[in-house]
Design a protein around this ligand. Sequence first.
Ligand code: AHG
Ligand code: MN
Ligand code: MN
Length: 344
Amino acid sequence: MTDRQSDPARQAGRLRTITQHIMEQQRAHPTATGDFSLLLGGLTLATRMISANVRRAGIAGVLGTTGDINVQGEVVQKLDDIADTAIRRCLHYRESCGVLASEEAPEPTVLEHPNGVGKYILIYDPLDGSSNIDVDVSVGTIFSVLQRTTFETGKNAVLKDVLQPGVKQIAAGYVIYGSSTVLVYTTGAGVHMFTLDPMIGAYILAAENLKMPEVGKMYSTNEANLDSYPEGIKKYLAWCKTKDAGPYTSRYIGSLVADFHRTLLKGGVFIYPSTAKAPKGKLRLMCEANPMAFIAEQAGGMASDGKMRILDKQPGELHERTPLIIGSKKDVQRILDLCEKHGA
Ligand code: AHG
Ligand code: MN
Ligand code: MN
């Protein structure tokens, strides 16, 4: 006799939402408390709001810039602002969240709750790939979760809590607002992917324990900057075009979320090294490189700045930049060997 749970027909048609998935993961780690589920619940709500805004951007009149320049010296798009506000609104009252650190804000915000300060730190890029918003190309949200270590107050104490290396992340993920809205996350126990069903507003499990191919046939970089790339990277890109390498193909979207998502699913490598314009690299260590590096490693890939593992880098400041080489293990390793020989 089959009961409802073990009935194969029912199993085959089983839909799992992200809420259910997070709870199952939590049960597998008995030390975990419900606080973490609450934090992720706030985040998924915010990304559903952002997704709705992105989908209706042209109609709702939210394309274009706000006229402001952010702490990074970059033009703020209306959707950057909308996304940042959505995350703040959804996380502000969740007691589990103690500190919010946004790419768009110069300093982290400490959230005071009636019972003290929450134990998690959320570092995020509310809208990644803003230059692609007005031309209907995929954009995303990236997040990294750390735990507070001191709970002391005062600007420097808070910064001390925030400035932890990526290896200390307890969760990381991103949402891509692409041909569909997809969320990918890890808590250090594999990489899991969900698709937003816009009709019912729920993220439904699409794939569990994703693995990146060991080697790929795609490289992704802004080759317009090639002249000022480090020698090792130039040598790699020249190699990709030789007969020896076999046919490589080039793909570059200009939204890290989209370029990384493709690399995760199809394999290959994404490279944003130091350039003449951005001598320390362009991407942000804490809200872009670290979360992607955590996911890449969990999926069997690698992430480096050309000299060291991204996750081991000790940040000196919240908005620190880094060169980034991320993707399939063998591709990244080939680049690192060339960087060691010719310079990174
Ligand atoms: P953001 O829109 O959050 O500022 O990030 C833009 C980043 C990243 O998404 C992308 O990989 C990179 O900028 C593209 O830079 P280039 O235009 O220099 O290629
Ligand atoms: Mn970004
Ligand atoms: Mn951004």
